[in-house]
Design a protein around this ligand. Structure first.
Ligand SMILES: Cc1cc2nc3c(=O)[nH]c(=O)nc-3n(C[C@H](O)[C@H](O)[C@H](O)COP(=O)(O)O)c2cc1C
Length: 543
């Protein structure tokens, strides 16, 4: 009897092993992936496919047995088929990843203006980008009408309000989108840049499909795509112009010890797509803190491109090992320009200690070495991952920084030697013109182009769970991002934003971007002074 029990247990055990082996084999085959359920994977799509099929089969069996209530399995089958369709379509990332539950997002999104109006927030309240700005970016990228009904929702009498002074003699907007030459005397391969470009974001911070879409959009719209400090990946090479960023980790041009490698640099700098080179000194969202690639996003592929170990958090050093003072920085600029055969070389920084910037200007005049551009990044700028204290409490915002850099360059007679590029919440056409009025020649934007890719400001760039497949390395989520559709959106976002810039300039009666200056703008605090002037506080005169 005892023997029999043991034998029975063994048979069950053997069957169990056999079944597991068959499942493992099916999974290894990896074909018909839609029907293979990874029970260890907690993704919504897999759960849906597994439990959905069980439920559908179960309800059909019950309905057939009791010969009644056929509508229940029919309804569930229809929902299940819709789910399978959604999991395979490429237009909506959310539905692809959440085949049925995704509809709740669209439902709540569709009633969110009402919900917000009644219960939560107003159109102008979201952070870091209010809903109305995100909506404008979405409409522009989808090439839909970007008109709004019923008038402004801004408090235009508030002292922080900013607007443009229009002219009675408004002009017709120009069709050509604005471009700017970048490259000084020592530069033999000057670059004709668009006024508006994609700011630095690495492959690692963003997914492969996000970069392919950005690069294809940049190619079609003839603007540049900054690689970010993570090096040049194959996904940056879809034919769009590149600004190659070199950070303190020298990813893509580093030796075994993480130091700058001139040979590797020269190899990549000679790529025809590389039009400019940017040395990253600091970034507005985390100045003085090196770049951060969280371990979950450090895949073997990314590690290979960066020449680092996969699976560990990569923190770039806070400063460069190739130089340690202003003169060293300028010699490095010169070295990179020579190694790249005369391509424009500049540096990106967030202003902190203003004396250090003045010191760079002094050294430029002393050494007669001039960068071709300086990118000024405001503390309000975005990031994939940063310690909150650095995002919230370090660095100068864009407006004072830009005014300071522009004035200091003028004071040192350097303004005509180089171009200023501005970034940090330069999202709308009004933002671009404000930056130009404060001294920028060119503007870069990161998060606006993320909106064009479908980013919903879920604020999950740092934990690999970005639901739209933009700021993640999770293959399941990336699958939802269709490059053909998103490349078109990137192209339209750029084009429509600059077209509105042209319209605003024309409304202000100006012919060109050279005529954009601070006199074109008005601010709410001026209105307060005007009101005080015409309607003095008469109570003050009552004795
Ligand atoms: C996801 C993400 C990744 C970024 N990666 C980099 C980077 O690699 N190097 C860098 O200099 N700046 C990086 N930035 C900052 C932007 O290039 C830019 O300086 C800043 O976001 C400007 O703010 P904006 O998003 O309002 O345009 C990143 C920003 C985001 C949102």
């Amino acid at each position: 009897m005892q023997n029999y029990c043991v034998c029975k247990r063994d048979i069950f055990f053997l069957i169990q092993i056999k079944v597991c082996g068959i499942f493992r084999k099916i999974r290894q085959l990896n074909c018909f992936s839609i029907f293979i359920f990874d029970v260890n994977n907690d993704r919504m799509r897999d759960k849906f496919l597994l439990w959905g099929s069980i439920l559908v089969i179960f309800t059909w069996i019950v309905a057939l047995l009791i010969r009644a209530h056929y509508w229940i399995p029919i309804l569930l089958t229809a929902i299940y088929v819709l789910g399978i369709y959604n999991a395979n379509q490429s237009k909506h990332a959310i539905l692809r990843n959440f085949p049925v539950l995704g509809y709740f997002r669209y439902f709540f999104e569709s009633i969110s203006p009402e919900m917000q109006q009644y219960f939560i927030e107003r159109e102008t309240d979201g952070k870091p980008f209010p809903r109305n700005q995100r909506a404008a970016a979405y409409r522009r990228s989808k090439n839909l009408s970007d008109t709004v009904p019923f008038g402004t929702q801004l408090e235009i009498n508030h002292r922080k309000y900013e607007g443009i002074k229009h002219s009675i003699y408004a002009k017709s907007p120009k069709e050509d989108l604005p471009r700017v030459w970048i490259g000084g005397e020592d530069c033999t391969q000057r670059y004709h840049a668009s006024l508006f470009n994609i700011s630095a974001m690495s492959f690692g911070a963003l997914s492969d499909r996000a970069h392919i879409s950005l690069n294809r959009g940049a190619k079609k719209g003839k603007f540049y795509h900054n690689t970010g400090e993570g090096g040049i990946s194959p996904y940056h090479l879809e034919g769009g112009d590149l600004c190659w960023q070199i950070g303190t980790g020298y990813f893509g041009c580093r030796d075994e010890e993480g130091k700058f490698n001139p040979e590797l640099f020269a190899k990549y700098a000679s790529l025809p797509s590389v039009k400019m080179i940017e040395i990253k000194l600091s970034q507005g969202a985390k100045p003085g803190h090196g770049g951060v690639l969280p371990a979950v996003k450090n895949t073997p592929e990314i590690a290979k491109i960066r020449h680092v170990m996969p699976g560990m958090t990569i923190i770039s050093p806070p400063s460069h090992s190739a130089f340690s003072d202003a003169a060293g920085l300028l010699h490095f600029v010169k070295q990179l320009r020579e190694l790249s055969d005369g391509k424009p070389v500049g540096f990106k920084l967030c202003i902190g200690d203003t004396k250090e910037f003045e010191d760079i200007c002094v050294q430029m005049n002393a050494l007669k070495i001039y960068p071709d551009f300086i990118t000024v990044d405001g503390a309000e700028g975005g990031t994939g991952a940063a310690p909150p204290e650095f995002s919230d409490g370090v660095g100068m915002p864009l407006e004072p920084a830009l005014i300071f850099v522009n004035r200091t360059l003028k004071n040192y007679n350097l303004r005509d030697k180089l171009k200023i590029i501005a970034s940090g919440k330069v999202l709308t056409s009004l933002d671009i013109l404000r930056a130009v009025a404060m001294g920028a020649d060119v503007c870069n934007n990161a998060r606006g182009f993320m909106f064009a890719l479908g980013c919903i400001q879920a604020l999950r760039c740092n934990n690999n769970n970005c639901p739209t497949g933009v700021a993640t390395q999770d293959k399941m989520l990336i699958k939802g991002l269709d490059v053909t559709d998103k490349a078109e959106r990137v192209y339209h976002f750029h084009k429509n934003t600059l077209h509105t810039c042209n319209e605003l300039i024309a409304a202000a009666g100006r012919e060109s971007y050279d005529e954009v200056d601070a006199s074109m703008f008005m601010r709410g605090d001026e209105f307060e002074h005007l009101s005080d002037h015409y309607f003095p506080d008469i109570l003050g005169n009552v004795k």
